[in-house]
Design a protein around this ligand. Structure first.
Ligand SMILES: NC(=O)c1ccc[n+]([C@@H]2O[C@H](COP(=O)([O-])OP(=O)(O)OC[C@H]3O[C@@H](n4cnc5c(N)ncnc54)[C@H](OP(=O)(O)O)[C@@H]3O)[C@@H](O)[C@H]2O)c1
Length: 262
């Protein structure tokens, strides 16, 4: 369970403006944890910050930033070098849109790599070192079923979410007993604004979790890593973690077409 004593006094939420990030910000504010919220759209950031300040009276700092940028860590550090970040949360999809890898520009493919691999690693390394030295803290990321199987038209997104998951599985083992918690919540579908805008169709294998339930699970289960799936997504996780990789890749290719993700 996330607590002010173990995971405060500040939480840094990358992707803290809407959906799961907004639900987390509200819940953390209620625990008395101050917030640094990072996302691109300033309006949504400001609205979430104002809501949490008004409801819970905690300090909230905001930064409008595309975390695919080269200078991400430096920009985020400008807001955090004078405070103690006890909780790092990575809630960014980070894809540059979907489509066949070779039909998209190199730079477009690199967006997920920058957001979820290069800059995620930089953030984890920087804030994780300080947590380990203090002997307390936590790291939460939101992964994807797509990180457990290669999805046609999702190549760099899938690969980047696999990176997130395996990085945190490794880190969880390395930090065992240090006081620093690590968990990756691997989502099938969640009712985020981004998903609502995308036109993705529902599918029985991916029951749509509410953002409130996902946020609640992440904060409640932080000590029970390294990986959890939302209730109802166990079957999807098992479907893609099979030895027959051709079967797994064919299954997700068919499902993504049915769900209008292409
Ligand atoms: N929704 C689903 O069905 C689903 C399924 C599987 C996994 N997931 C995972 O669950 C998490 C949340 O999903 P979501 O649909 O809400 O993702 P999202 O569209 O990436 O948005 C999440 C948050 O991240 C911010 N964000 C996105 N790209 C960013 C960037 N390049 N730089 C800075 N901030 C950025 C968004 O605000 P701005 O747009 O203003 O930047 C928002 O606050 C993600 O990690 C996603 O991979 C979701």
């Amino acid at each position: 369970m996330v607590t002010l004593e173990r995971h405060g006094p500040w939480a840094l939420i990358i992707g803290g403006s809407e959906g799961i990030g907004e639900a987390l910000a509200t819940r953390l504010g209620a625990l008395g944890i101050a917030l640094v919220l990072v996302a691109r759209k300033p309006e949504a950031l400001d609205a979430t910050a104002a809501k949490v300040r008004a409801a819970h009276g905690v300090d909230v700092r905001t930064l409008s930033l595309d975390i695919a940028r080269d200078d991400t860590l430096e920009r985020v550090r400008e807001l955090t070098d004078d405070i103690e970040v006890g909780l790092l949360i990575h809630n960014v999809g980070g894809g540059g849109g979907f489509g066949p890898l070779l039909d998209r520009s190199f730079d477009n493919n690199m967006r997920a790599v920058m957001a979820n691999c290069v800059n995620f690693l930089k953030l984890v390394h920087h804030y994780g070192q300080a947590m380990k030295a203090r002997g307390s803290g936590g790291i939460i990321a939101f992964g994807s079923m797509a990180g457990n199987v290669g999805g046609a038209n999702l190549a760099t997104y899938s690969a980047s979410k696999a990176f997130v998951q395996l990085l945190l599985e490794s880190l969880w083992a390395e930090l065992d007993g240090t006081g620093v918690d690590v968990i990756d919540i691997v989502i099938g579908s969640a009712d985020t604004p981004s998903r609502q805008r995308s036109g993705t169709q529902d599918n029985a294998l991916f029951p749509v979790a509410t953002v409130e339930d996902v946020a609640e699970q992440a904060l409640r289960e932080i000590g029970n890593g390294p990986v959890q799936v939302p209730a109802g997504s166990e079957q999807a996780f098992a479907t893609f973690n099979v030895p027959d990789r051709r079967e797994a890749v064919d299954t997700i290719r068919r499902l993504l077409l049915e769900m209008n993700v292409e």
